[in-house]
Design a protein around this ligand. Structure first.
Ligand SMILES: Cc1cc2nc3c(=O)[nH]c(=O)nc-3n(C[C@H](O)[C@H](O)[C@H](O)COP(=O)(O)OP(=O)(O)OC[C@H]3O[C@@H](n4cnc5c(N)ncnc54)[C@H](O)[C@@H]3O)c2cc1C
Length: 438
């Protein structure tokens, strides 16, 4: 390997941190330019509390193996007791934790879930049947194909909750693509052997902090231009007019923000069109600390799913030495109402039927709409009708490699997808080097 080859990685989220780490180990001369004053991107942990991405799973082989390699302690998600469900204003207790919620849904809903899962497994981007589903939103598909309005509402809530995006903004094909990447609805929404299985002691941001510990990371460096020079090298230019020279560039910024960087020469028109249409979902994540786990004492898991605002879902979020409830407030409507801490606590007290919820020790709250270098969360999704352009997500442009969770082949939108994308680009860079293409 050419040990003098200079790589600039743009962005120090999970993807950029891991790709930088792998390339550094391989002997490349790596510098990571990060716009923020911290690494971690959409993982952000304060006082051991995750305000961004958090859960990892044995079903997510890339991030699970990386956590083991980095010696991170995984805390199993608490799931003993009954789970609360509030559908259309009716509160019910479901014994046996989150896994039983699916069994509790009615037969017609289960049939729809089976159909979605079969189609997601069979998904073929060449097939007319599927391509037609790229022309219709998930919401429109549900309304055209399901008669029962309760079942439509159930799926609108489910899709909006899992993706943090209104189902009228996602194509039906993208929803199936997302399901396939996340191994189906059960795996995406449950705890045991599923996406919400473990949290990382110290917080998920630790992944990026550990990976970049010995790397050359320059913070507060927002990249605004990438210019290919006549000698083949790239000039990477920041907002403050700092210029970095690179033989190859790894662009690890969220796909909805790539067009904020001016590429010279310009990127392929199809790619630019795709990035223009990428739109982020959004939630506010609220973590409420309590002096005791009153929900556990009452035989509850701490998990609740609700179709009633503001909180769509909450979970036990207790960690080393503290007890907490994590809540998600989706912002999928165009003009979502803003909620006070008191309104949030009131809803928690109704979920758990317990006034102790009204007297927290501390409240952490983060609205990801205000995050300048993400502009939302959990992920950005392509516009309806752009399936023919998804190929650009993973494809390099000359010696510019694109990574990040939106470019994943597995677990799109998750930390695992970010890690998988970093590995993919690393292998491709090694291959291109071995062929003398870089
Ligand atoms: C509230 C919330 C809850 C979530 N829950 C989970 C969960 O439980 N489990 C899970 O697996 N995933 C979860 N996710 C999603 C997960 O956090 C992301 O998929 C993952 O962290 C994305 O990593 P990334 O490296 O692809 O992108 P990012 O983390 O967004 O990294 C991109 C980096 O690029 C930087 N950047 C942007 N523009 C520029 C520029 N012009 N110049 C230089 N740098 C730039 C950004 O500052 C950022 O550091 C959640 C996310 C949020 C916000």
């Amino acid at each position: 390997m050419n040990r003098n080859a200079k790589v600039i990685v743009i962005g120090a989220g999970a993807a950029g941190s891991y790709c930088g780490y792998l390339l550094d180990r391989e002997g490349f001369n790596v510098t990571i330019l990060e716009a923020h004053d911290r690494v971690g991107g959409r993982t952000y942990s304060v006082d051991n509390v995750d305000l961004g991405g958090s859960w990892v799973s044995t079903q997510q082989p890339n991030v699970y193996a990386l956590c083991k390699k980095l010696g991170l302690e995984l805390i199993p998600q608490y799931d003993s007791g009954s789970t609360v469900s509030v559908f259309n204003g009716v509160r019910s207790l479901i014994p046996g934790g989150l896994a039983t919620i699916m069994q509790d849904t009615n037969v017609k809903s289960l049939e729809v879930i089976e159909t979605f899962e079969k189609w997601s497994r069979d998904l073929n981007f060449e097939d007319k049947f599927f391509l037609e589903m790229d022309q219709i939103s998930a919401e429109k598909w549900l309304k055209q194909n399901i008669k029962d309005s309760d079942i439509i509402d159930y799926f609108l809530t489910l899709i909006g909750g899992i993706t943090t995006t209104h189902p009228d903004k996602l194509s039906m094909l993208f929803w199936l693509y997302f399901l396939r990447q996340g191994r189906g609805i059960r795996c995406l929404s449950e705890i045991k052997d599923a996406a919400q299985e473990f949290r990382i002691n110290g917080g998920a941001q630790t992944i990026s902090l550990k990976l970049t510990k010995d790397l050359d990371v320059k913070l507060n460096q927002c990249v605004v231009e990438v210019k290919n020079q006549e000698n083949g090298q790239y000039q990477v230019i920041t907002q403050d007019n700092n210029v970095y020279i690179a033989d190859l560039v790894v662009c690890a910024v969220p796909a909805n923000l790539i067009n904020n960087i001016k590429f010279n020469p310009g990127l392929e028109p199809g790619r630019t069109h795709l990035y223009n249409g990428m739109h982020m979902g959004c939630v506010t994540k609220v973590v409420v600390l309590y002096d005791r786990p009153f929900w556990r004492e009452a035989g509850l898991t701490g998990t609740c799913f609700s179709t009633q605002s503001p909180i769509s879902a909450c979970f036990d979020g207790s960690g080393d030495g503290y007890f907490a409830i994590i809540s998600f407030i989706p912002h999928i409507e165009d003009n979502p109402k803003e909620y006070t801490d008191e309104e949030i606590l009131l809803q928690l007290s109704q979920f758990f039927d317990n006034k102790q919820a009204l007297t927290p020790v501390k409240i952490y709250r983060k609205d990801w709409r205000g995050e300048k270098y993400a502009r939302g969360c959990y992920f950005s999704a392509p516009r309806i009708g752009d399936a023919g352009l998804y190929k650009y997500l993973t494809r390099p442009n000359k010696n510019i490699y694109f990574i990040g969770t939106e470019t994943a082949n597995e677990w799109y939108g998750y930390i695992d997808g970010a890690i998988e994308s970093a590995k993919r680009a690393f292998n491709q860079i090694k291959f291109d080097f071995s062929k003398g293409m870089v």
